[in-house]
Design a protein around this ligand. Structure first.
Ligand code: AMP
Length: 431
């Protein structure tokens, strides 16, 4: 059977909460058990270094998150479960990709742009406090994905742009050095619930409203008793709509159990009783996993052994693949014959028809890019307020060429020399 390779990175930052469990851990573990799915799950510890410089925290968090995933049912025998920093081929690939990545592509990455915008709004230098780690993060992420030629990468909407960049880098590399990389696709799971926290807003560390996934039973009970409710007295009917308590219950209960609680809300169940029922329901699901988690936390050497075995499995693929890529770019032993096609792989190819691709991103703005037939990005626009403006810019570029549209240069980044863009636009006019 052909397998779909699905890759998920988990950043070891902080202690997982019920929202992470419902929104990320539980669906990913379920998906990894499906037939025909070959799952790659990794602890993105290089990524963690972007946001923390506290070594003890990185180590502790890596242990906590790895133990969490195993406790939640991830089967390390079945999936490839590894720590990013155990795979030296990943930073090596990051460099190869950096060398085919236009700087302009990274200038428009959301996380970097947001950091620049914040600096400017606060009256600071645009790049104040921004590390190359943050700037290069999409290239490292592309290396994570392309190293294993993943077909699918489940992500939140805010990450779609990074998958698009991984595709662009893969296409640029393939264009220069031959077909090595599969172009990955982002998968957005619309079904996954967003769990509210203690105060009714999205459960999030930044709102300080979280319930830790593996809080001891009594602490879990105490936290659940603190979930915000309205002031309706026992006996008064209660609304399920907008009730954080009800939504959290729904994320754990069966359809029948949820329907029963809805009936009890209408019949005026006391809040304390509803909370007790929620507590028991969650604890029923979590308690067996909590026991495994506590056991693993007490034995870090077991978690380490799982990760080392996973790294060996991952490197069995990464290492020969990296050798092939090194050869492709010309990092070769000096006593091997140069491959006759190496210099001419791109130039020998027939001139391919370029295409303009227009699309809308999660920020609601309209973008376009010009790529050659192999997907190599030649021009990349910034966001336009509406599709008409983006379409007009495309039409002008097609009709007039790049040099004649000077006013567009502030809105459209050239990722290759100007003469290549002119040649592509000329080809477009001829086809
Ligand atoms: P974070 O802790 O924000 O880095 O999130 C890690 C993963 O958990 C991401 O896949 C998030 O989408 C998911 N997640 C975080 N908070 C929630 C929440 N309140 N409800 C559902 N999913 C969440």
């Amino acid at each position: 059977m052909t397998c779909v390779r699905v890759l998920t990175g988990i950043k070891p930052s902080g202690t997982p909460h019920l929202g992470n469990y419902v929104g990320a851990i539980r669906p990913t573990v379920r998906a990894s058990r499906q037939a025909g799915v070959d799952s790659y799950l990794f602890l993105a510890d290089y990524h963690a270094l972007i946001s923390t410089h506290d070594p003890a925290r990185v180590q502790r968090s890596t242990l906590e998150i790895a133990a969490t995933w195993i406790a939640c049912g991830l089967d390390p025998q079945r999936v490839t479960f590894y720590r990013q920093s155990d795979i030296p081929e990943i930073p090596e690939l990051t460099w190869l990709l950096a060398c085919v990545c236009g700087k302009g592509l990274l200038n428009r990455a959301h996380a970097y742009k947001a950091a620049v915008d914040k600096n400017l709004a606060d009256g600071r230098d645009a790049d104040d406090g921004i590390t190359m780690g943050l700037f290069m993060y999409p290239v490292l992420m592309a290396a994570d994905i392309l190293m294993f030629n993943a077909h699918r990468v489940p992500v939140g909407r805010d990450q779609i742009q990074h998958i698009e960049m991984a595709r662009d880098l893969a296409a640029s590399f393939n264009h220069l050095y031959g077909e090595h990389f599969t172009l990955p696709e982002a998968v957005i799971d619309e079904q996954v619930a967003t769990l509210p926290g203690l105060d009714g807003r999205k459960m999030s560390k930044s709102y300080d409203n979280v319930i830790p996934l593996f809080a001891p039973r009594e602490q879990l009970r105490r936290l659940i008793m603190g979930i915000v409710t309205d002031s309706r007295a026992p006996g008064e009917p209660k609304e399920t709509e907008g009730s954080a308590l009800f939504q959290i219950y729904q994320a754990f209960a069966t359809a029948d159990e949820t329907a029963a609680l809805a009936r009890d809300f209408a019949a005026g169940i006391a809040w304390a009783e509803a909370k007790e029922r929620l507590f028991e329901r969650i604890d029923r699901e979590i308690a067996p996993m909590r026991a495994t988690y506590d056991e693993l936390m007490a034995h870090p050497e077991r978690v380490e052994a799982y990760l080392r075995a996973g790294a060996a499995k991952a490197r069995a693929q990464a290492s020969p693949f990296m050798a092939r890529l090194r050869h492709a770019v010309g990092l070769r032993p000096l006593d091997t014959q140069p491959a006759p096609t190496s210099a001419g792989a791109a130039s020998a190819a027939k001139p391919a028809a370029p295409v303009f691709k227009q699309y809308r991103e999660a920020d609601g703005r309209f973008y376009f890019k010009l790529t050659d037939a192999k997907g190599h990005v030649l021009l990349q626009s910034q966001g336009f307020a509406n599709g008409r403006e983006a379409g007009q810019a495309v039409a002008r570029l097609k009709a007039q060429g790049w040099a004649a549209c000077l006013d567009l240069h502030a809105l459209v980044h050239a990722l290759v020399p100007n003469h290549e863009i002119e040649a592509a636009l000329q080809r477009l006019r001829e086809t």
